[in-house]
Design a protein around this ligand. Structure first.
Ligand code: NAD
Length: 497
C-alpha cells in the first residue's frame, strides 16, 4: 500500500493528529494508498508556511528569469516522471490510461511550460508618460496577491492542479492547494516536483483530507488572500459565502450543462463523433461535457441511431489497459448520482435508447454504461441539472432561433458547440451563445493559450492564457507627479480658493 503525507513548508509531514484516510481505486473498489487527513492545525501550518514564504520574498522577489526557469524545470520533471504520474492518476481517478498518456500528463507539463514562456516574454510593469492634466509618470504594476487557497475537483486532478499552481506561482504568490479526497496523490507529487525543480519551501503546500471540513477551514483562514476554486456550483456558492466576511478575492470555475448544437448542414460523421466524445470522454465527468445534444429535426433520427451504435462500441473495462475507452466513475456515490438521474429521466417521460444500467459483465468497479436519452424536453431535470456521468440528452429543434433559445435556456454557461459546414453561420451563432467557450465543429479542445471559464452559474474568472495569470495578480497604479509646479495643479482649487 502506498503511503503519502502532507506537503508543508518543503517537507512531508503527517497530519498533526496523525489521521490518515484511504484512497480507493474506482476500478477495483479497493484502497490502493493511504493519505494523511489534515485538520485545522495543518491548515494553520500550511497557511503559515505560505505566508512566511510570501512575506520574506524568497520566491516572489526572484528575477523573472529564475522563476521562469523553475517552471520550465517542473515541466521537464513531469515528463521524466510521466509513467508514474499517469499510473497514479488512473489508480486514483479511474480515467483511462490513454487519457492519462495523451491528455493529463502532457497537458500538465504544457501548462507549466506555457507560464514559464509567458513570464520570459512579458513584463509586470508598464510605464506611461502623460502631459495632461499635468506632467506625470504612470507606472502600472502587476503584483502577486499573497497566500492563495486553491481547491480542485476529482475529475482532472493533475491538470486542474496545474491550472492553479502554474499561474499562481508564475505571478509570485505562495499557495496552499487542497485536492479532492477521491484523488489526492498526483497533486502531492506535483508539490514534490515543484520542490525538486527549485521552488523554495513554503511556496507550494498541499493538504489532503476530508473535503468539506478541510476546504472550509482553508478558505476561511484569515491569512488567505485569494481563493481559486474549481468544483460544483453548490460548493462554489458556499465558498462565496465564506469569502464574503473578509471580501477574499475569489474565482469560481463551476459546473455546466453545455449545449452541443447540430445544424441541418452539419457534417454528420463529425457531429456524431463530437456528440459522443463530447459526452462520454472520461465517463462524462468533464465540466464542459456537451450533455444536451440539440439536433435539427431533419437529422434527429439518423443522429440518434448513429450515436447509439457509437455508444455501444465504447469498450468499458480496466482503465490501465490501453484498449479500454471508458473507465469507471470515480466513486460509488458518483455512479449512484447518474442512476438517480436516469430514473428521474424515465419518470419524466424521456426514453433511454441505450445504456441506463451497470454493465453486467463488470462485477467490480464503479462502471456505468454510456447512456442516451431521446425525447427529452429542456425543462426536464436531465436537461437542466448537471449529472456528471455518462448520460446525454438529445433534444430536437426546427430552426436556428429555437436552437439558440434552448441552448441559452440554462442556469449554466460553461461550454457549447455548433456543428455546421457553414462556419460563418456557426460563428454568428457562437456569438449569441451564453458560454465561456464555444467550439465550432469540435469539442473538448482546450488550449493552454486561450481562456477557459464560465458565464452565469458556471462561475467567474478565467483560467489559462494571460487571463489565467491575471486572476492571481493585483494591479497597482503609481502616479509620479513633478516635485515642483504646484501652481499648475489647478484641481487643488476643488478645495482651496
Ligand atoms: P465538489 O464541488 O464536490 O468538490 C470540489 C472540491 O471542493 C473538492 O476538493 C472537495 O473536497 C471540495 N469541497 C467540497 N465541499 C467543500 C466545502 N464546503 N468547502 C470547501 N471545499 C469543499 O466537486 P467534484 O465532485 O469534486 O467535481 C465535480 C464538479 O466540478 C462538477 O460540478 C464539475 O462541473 C466541476 N468542474 C468544473 C470545472 C471548471 O473549470 N468549470 C472543471 C472541473 C470540474
Amino acid at each position: 500500500m502506498n503511503e503519502y503525507r502532507l506537503f508543508i513548508d518543503g517537507e512531508w509531514r503527517a497530519a498533526a493528529d496523525g489521521r490518515v484516510a484511504a484512497t480507493i481505486n474506482p476500478a477495483t473498489e479497493e484502497p490502493w494508498a493511504h493519505v494523511a487527513a489534515a485538520g485545522p492545525a495543518d491548515v494553520d501550518a500550511a497557511v503559515g508556511a505560505a505566508k512566511r514564504s510570501f512575506a520574506d520574498g524568497r520566491w516572489r522577489k526572484l528575477p523573472r528569469a529564475e522563476r521562469a526557469a523553475a517552471l520550465s524545470r517542473i515541466a521537464a520533471i513531469i515528463l521524466e516522471r510521466a509513467e508514474e504520474l499517469a499510473r497514479f492518476e488512473v489508480l486514483d481517478a479511474g480515467g483511462t490510461m490513454r487519457k492519462a498518456n495523451l491528455a493529463d500528463v502532457p497537458a500538465t507539463a504544457q501548462t507549466f511550460q506555457y507560464y514559464a514562456d509567458l513570464l520570459s516574454g512579458s513584463s509586470d510593469e508598464e510605464v506611461f508618460d502623460e502631459q495632461v492634466p499635468v506632467p506625470s509618470r504612470n507606472i502600472v504594476r502587476r503584483e502577486p496577491i499573497g497566500v492563495c487557497a486553491c481547491i480542485t475537483p476529482f475529475n482532472f486532478p493533475m491538470a486542474a492542479a496545474s491550472w492553479k499552481i502554474a499561474p499562481a506561482i508564475a505571478a509570485g504568490n505562495s499557495i496552499v492547494l487542497k485536492p479532492s479526497p477521491h484523488t489526492p496523490v498526483t497533486t502531492l507529487l506535483l508539490a514534490e516536483i515543484c520542490h525538486q525543480a527549485g521552488v523554495p519551501a513554503g511556496v507550494v503546500n498541499v493538504l489532503t483530507g476530508p473535503g468539506a471540513a478541510l476546504g472550509e477551514a482553508l478558505v476561511s483562514h484569515p491569512d488567505v488572500d485569494k481563493i481559486a476554486f474549481t468544483g460544483s456550483t453548490a460548493v462554489g456558492k458556499r465558498i462565496m459565502e465564506l469569502a464574503a466576511p473578509r471580501l477574499t478575492k475569489l474565482t469560481l470555475e463551476l459546473g455546466g450543462k453545455s449545449p452541443n448544437i447540430i445544424l441541418e448542414d452539419a457534417n454528420l460523421d463529425g457531429a456524431v463523433r463530437g456528440a459522443l466524445f463530447g459526452t462520454f470522454f472520461h465517463a462524462g465527468q468533464v465540466c464542459e461535457s456537451g450533455t444536451r445534444v440539440l439536433v435539427h429535426a431533419s437529422l434527429h433520427d439518423e443522429l440518434v441511431e448513429r450515436m447509439v451504435e457509437g455508444a455501444r462500441s465504447i469498450k468499458l473495462g480496466d482503465p490501465l489497459d490501453l484498449a479500454t475507452m471508458m473507465g469507471p466513475l470515480v466513486s460509488d456515490s458518483q455512479r449512484a448520482n447518474s442512476e438517480r438521474y436516469v430514473h428521474a429521466g424515465r419518470e419524466e417521460g424521456a426514453r433511454v435508447v441505450t445504456g441506463g444500467r451497470r454493465p453486467p459483465e463488470l462485477a467490480r468497479g464503479y462502471y456505468y454504461e454510456p447512456t442516451i436519452f431521446a425525447g427529452v424536453k429542456n425543462d426536464m431535470r436531465i436537461a437542466r441539472e448537471e449529472i456528471f456521468g455518462p448520460v446525454v440528452s438529445v433534444l430536437r429543434f426546427s430552426d436556428e432561433e429555437e436552437a439558440l433559445r434552448l441552448a441559452n435556456d440554462s442556469l449554466y454557461g460553461l461550454g457549447a458547440a455548433v456543428w455546421s459546414r457553414d462556419v460563418e453561420r456557426a460563428q454568428r451563432m457562437a456569438e449569441r451563445i451564453e458560454a465561456g467557450t464555444v467550439w465550432v465543429n469540435d469539442y473538448h479542445l482546450i488550449n493552454v493559450r486561450f481562456p477557459f471559464g464560465g458565464y452565469k452559474q458556471s462561475g467567474f474568472g478565467r483560467e489559462l492564457g494571460p487571463w489565467g495569470l491575471a486572476e492571481f495578480q493585483q494591479v497597482k497604479h503609481i502616479h509620479v507627479g513633478e516635485p515642483t509646479g504646484v501652481d499648475q495643479k489647478y484641481y487643488f482649487g476643488l478645495l482651496f480658493d
